[in-house]
Structures are given as C-alpha cells and as structure tokens.
Design a protein around this ligand. Structure first.
Ligand code: TRH
Length: 378
C-alpha cells in the first residue's frame, strides 16, 4: 500500500522519531511512504542513511497542494496518518475526497492510562471542512493487547545483544551487534575500561541530576556516564558547574559526552549499557526492547497530567517499589535523595526489565496491528 504520513515537530525529537520508525517499519514490510514534515532537519543525524522507499516532503503549502491537484500522476495514499493530532492541511483534505477516500488514521501519543483501551479504534466522523463526511479513526499505542501496541520491527529482538556476537562497524545496520566492538569504536576521550559499569543518559533537566552525579562519584564501583547530545549534555554541563566538578567527572564517576547518533546507534547504546536513563516516548519503548534496567523521564506537562501518566505506566508494568521511588524523585514528584544505584538494585531492576520485555514481546506490534486495522476499514 501507499501511505501519506503527516508529522509536525512540536519540540524535542519524539514526534519525528516515532514517525520515522513507523515509516521505516512499513517500508521494510513492502509499503511505500511519503513523510510530510514541517522540520526534517533532525533526520540528518537520526536517519543519515535515509531510505529509498520513504520520500520526505516539506509540510505542503496550499499553493503546493493546488499544483499537486493539477498533476494527473498524483494520488493520495491508501492510508493517511495524522500523527499526534497534527491537523492535515485543508487543501490535502480536499484531495482526499477526490477519489476513493483513504483510511484516515489519527495516531495518538503513548500512554498506559485506562482511557487508551477505551478510545483505541474509535471513529471520529469529520463534520466540517473539505473532508466533511469522511471518517477518522483513533489509533492508540499501548502496553496491553486491547490497544495498538508498541512499535517493534519484525527482526528487532532476534538481534539483541544476548543472541548475537557478530562484529559490526560503528554505524552499523541493525542486523548484527557486537557490544565490545561497538563500544571500542565510540569517539570518546578515554576508552572504556573493563571494570566500568555503563550508564546512558537521555533526559530533560531533572532536579535530581546533581544528586545522581554526586552519588555516582562516591559509589563503590566505577561508572561511565554516557551523555547524549542536546538537552542532556547541557544539563550535565550545568550540573557539574553548579557542583564545581570537572566536566569529565570525579572520584568513581567518569563523564563522556556523545555525538548525536542515528536511531540505529541510539538503540545500540541502549543495548550496550547496564542502566539507561530515557525520556519521552520513543526512547522509552526502545529501552524496554533493550531489556536492560531503565529510568524514565516523562515528558513534563504544565497541568501535571504526566503524574497520572507515570503512575499508570508503573502500575501497568508492575514496577518494583524502589524503582517507583527512583522515578518519583527523578521526575520531581517527590524530593529527597535518590536511592543508591547499587549492584543489588540493578540486578533487581534487570529481572523486572527482562520480564517486562518478554511480556510485551508477546503482544502484537504496532505496525502489524495498524495493518490489520486498516485492512478492516478499507
Ligand atoms: O525527544 P523526546 O523528548 O520527544 C518528546 C516525546 O516524544 C514526547 O512524548 C512528545 O510529546 C514530545 O517529544 C513532543 O523523546 P523521545 O520520544 O524518546 O524521542 C527521541 C528520539 O530521538 C528517539 O527516536 C531516539 C532519537 N535519538 C537518536 O536517534 N539519536 C540520539 O543521539 C538521540 C539522543 C536520540
């Protein structure tokens, strides 16, 4: 099938990150995709290799769409995805009613809250505008079989670290992963030593970050903190300055700043680390698939709606109590010292991550569910 996927970048990288992963998964399954996006600049690092079957277009102006309307060769896709309520241009909606109407999907944000299962798959009749009379369908990702599921490309878990040891170059395809070779090829000031435990950091600006840095610097074990580019890197710089620490860390803590990775190498980072701090939506899902201990920094909302969202996630995935406590402090719901990241605690969290990965893996993945849903609605 042919797909038109519309994405607006609100802030950060999640909107485009999720859309690109969906596009890539669809093309891997033989579909062709046009991705319409208002700011594609992050694709330069997220997907530097591009993808022949994904045509990236700038968000269309009315004038551009009027020109397209004159082009006899242009056809709207069989499926149109409006990602995260981004609102399709009216001139595109006008094109949608010219031939056989596409299946129109409103792809929503990920949440474990109860309304998700209730709302998944509901119809929303279009009552006004050029597409009046068409139907939009709500499609909600989620953590239970009565939702749209989670993005998971077909071969993803066959190639996770536990199952594969074939060497690969630094920018590798997702087919093979060798942890040691991947880590050795990272552009770091100091190579990683065998006795260092590895923690990746992808977050916003958690108030508890200085506490984490101090705790790690005084821990029993040596830790390498691998800090991702952008807001995490700026937050760590600000925290080390406020604490009067060297930028490269102190005591048992060594801090290394990473470059922007492709999504493939971002996954590799999550596979390679002993603990992953992730944020937002897409990196959370990828950390769940990595099966390593994780801490989630949820996207903060002004009305504090993220508090309920975090609690629903903890409950849905039956998170251990100490990990919930860590999340409450990391996300600013509670104050006080972070529980120490001890070896015993990481073991406990690893058991939970591994059980959670297995449980979620038994669910239908989002793209398969979406294809089934579209087939019903055509
Ligand atoms: O960037 P985010 O905070 O995006 C957020 C959330 O999706 C949030 O729910 C949404 O409302 C808001 O955007 C507008 O976190 P997220 O979702 O994990 O997206 C990050 C993407 O960036 C993900 O696809 C992984 C990718 N990435 C790389 O590919 N390479 C990198 O080096 C890094 C740091 C990230």
């Amino acid at each position: 099938m042919h797909w038109d996927i519309f994405c607006r970048v609100i802030d950060n990288h999640g909107d485009l990150g999720v859309c690109w992963r969906l596009c890539a998964d669809l093309t891997q399954r033989g579909h062709s995709v046009r991705l319409w996006v208002d700011d594609a600049s992050a694709l330069a690092w997220m997907a530097p290799q591009g993808c022949a079957s994904i045509k990236v277009h700038v968000w269309p102006t009315d004038a551009a769409l009027q020109t397209l309307a004159q082009d006899a060769a242009f056809k709207v896709g069989d499926v149109v995805v409006e990602a995260f309520g981004c609102a399709l241009p009216e001139a595109f909606q006008a094109l949608m009613v010219q031939g056989t109407p596409p299946v129109w999907i409103n792809l929503e944000y990920l949440s474990a809250e109860r309304y998700v299962a209730r709302s998944h798959g509901l119809a929303s009749p279009v009552m006004s505008g050029p597409a009046r009379g068409l139907m939009k369908w709500f499609f909600f990702p989620g953590f239970t079989p009565d939702t749209g599921g989670l993005l998971r490309e077909p071969n993803l878990l066959d190639t996770s670290p536990a199952q594969d040891n074939t060497p690969s170059p630094f920018i590798s395809r997702r087919s093979k992963f060798d942890r040691a070779a991947w880590l050795a090829a990272l552009p770091l000031d100091q190579p990683i030593a065998a006795n260092e435990r590895l923690i990746s950091l992808f977050c916003y600006e958690p108030a508890a970050l200085p506490d984490l840095l101090m705790q790690l610097s005084q821990a029993d074990e040596r830790t390498r903190l691998l800090v991702t580019q952008g807001r995490p890197s700026a937050a760590v710089t600000a925290a080390t300055q406020a604490l009067n620490l060297p930028p490269s860390g102190t005591g048992q803590l060594q801090i290394s700043q990473l470059p922007y990775f492709s999504q493939t190498d971002f996954d590799h980072l999550l596979w390679a680390c002993d603990l992953n701090f992730v944020r937002g939506e897409d990196s959370l899902v990828r950390a769940l698939w990595a099966g390593q201990p994780l801490v989630w920094h949820i996207y903060p909302q002004d009305d504090l709606a993220h508090h309920d969202k975090l609690h629903a996630f903890e409950a849905a995935l039956d998170m251990p109590l100490l990990l919930r406590k860590f999340h409450a402090i990391w996300n600013g719901l509670e104050t006080g010292p972070l529980p120490p990241v001890s070896r015993a605690m990481l073991e406990d969290w690893r058991d939970w991550s591994s059980r959670t990965q297995h449980r979620l893996q038994s669910q239908t993945d989002l793209t398969t569910a979406l294809l089934g849903f579209v087939a019903q609605k055509r």
